[in-house]
Design a protein around this ligand. Structure first.
Ligand code: SME
Length: 305
């Protein structure tokens, strides 16, 4: 069993998240990298004068999950550019960081940080430092969200649904090499867990997108390059969130029930090979949580595809 320490804002939500990660055997909320002992109280840390960061100690089985995979999941639940603030929580105690006890772990983590920085296009505000000290938090802070269902959590509730979905999908897809089979498994699973109006794929075929596996009402068969939300995501090679489809110039209304939409490109070797398109019957259904996790799902679908 190995241990790694994640500071990702309010530790209640961060602990709840890592409790749901397959391969994690135990978690503890605590205070890390502050002034030397004795152990601080929550109230002392709350003053922001102790230097401690709210931190979760994650014990994991390296045979089941790698340190890279854990760090990658951690980056899905933080805003890595935000300084001393995550969600509504502000202060140095809510700074972000990964703290390790063995220098070999820095070697593993540094490339994860480097690729995240490249993606962000700006210097990360996330610390990568040796663990100087860690004091477990008071019992009332442990498993807080299990003890207080519906209690305060700075993470979007959908985060936890996406985590389970991502892990289940990863197990289901395994090393299946056929990308259409991978898409066919993915679309209904997303639909089943998140109940959107339409969830499916369009594949690049020459100058057009052609309908692929989907769950939901009948849809348009073909979409041109640069046309609609799907064709624009293909052309611009980026995820597009449309809060109100009526305000997106050129939106293609396959279903009159669609009110908002997200389209995520599937990319292999820099080329868009397909898009994942999700429609909702409600306005403003998608935010950065959806963009992050659907991006991760899109990358999972193309693996070995
Ligand atoms: N609305 C999409 C077309 C596909 S359907 O939503 C399934 C678009 O504008 O690209």
């Amino acid at each position: 069993m190995k241990k790694i320490y994640f500071a990702g804002g309010c530790f209640w939500g961060v602990q709840h998240f890592f409790d749901g990660v397959d391969g994690v055997s135990a978690t503890r909320c605590g205070y890390a990298n502050g002034r030397p002992g004795p152990a601080p109280t929550y109230e002392e840390v709350y003053t922001d004068n102790t230097g401690f960061a709210e931190t979760v100690e994650v014990s994991y089985d390296p045979q089941r999950i790698s340190l890279e995979a854990l760090a990658d999941l951690f980056f899905c639940i933080i805003d890595p550019l935000s300084v001393n603030r995550q969600g509504h929580d502000e202060g140095t105690r809510y700074r972000t960081g990964v703290y390790f006890s063995d220098d070999a772990e820095r070697e593993i983590l540094a490339p994860v940080f480097a690729s995240r920085e490249k993606l962000s296009g700006a210097p990360l505000a996330v610390e990568l430092e040796p663990l100087r000290n860690f004091f477990p938090a008071e019992e009332r802070h442990q498993a807080y969200l299990e003890k207080n269902p519906g209690g305060y959590c700075h993470l979007s509730p959908r985060t936890f649904t996406y985590l389970r979905l991502y892990q289940d999908l990863s197990n289901l897809l395994g090393d299946e090499p056929d990308m259409v089979a991978r898409m066919s498994e993915t679309a209904p699973l997303i639909a089943e867990r998140l109940h959107f109006l339409w969830t499916g794929f369009y594949r690049v075929a020459g100058e057009e997108l052609v309908l692929g596996p989907f769950a939901g009402p009948v849809a348009c068969l073909r979409i041109g390059f640069g046309k609609g939300v799907c064709g624009t995501a293909w052309k611009e090679r980026r995820t597009i969130v449309v809060p109100d489809v009526e305000k997106f110039p050129g939106h293609i209304a396959c279903s009159s029930l669609s009110r908002s939409e997200i389209v995520v490109p599937l990319i292999i070797g820099g080329e868009v090979v397909a898009v994942l398109d999700i429609d909702s019957a409600y306005e403003d259904s998608f935010d950065s949580t959806d963009a992050v996790w659907l991006g991760k799902i899109a990358a999972l679908v193309v693996i070995s595809g």
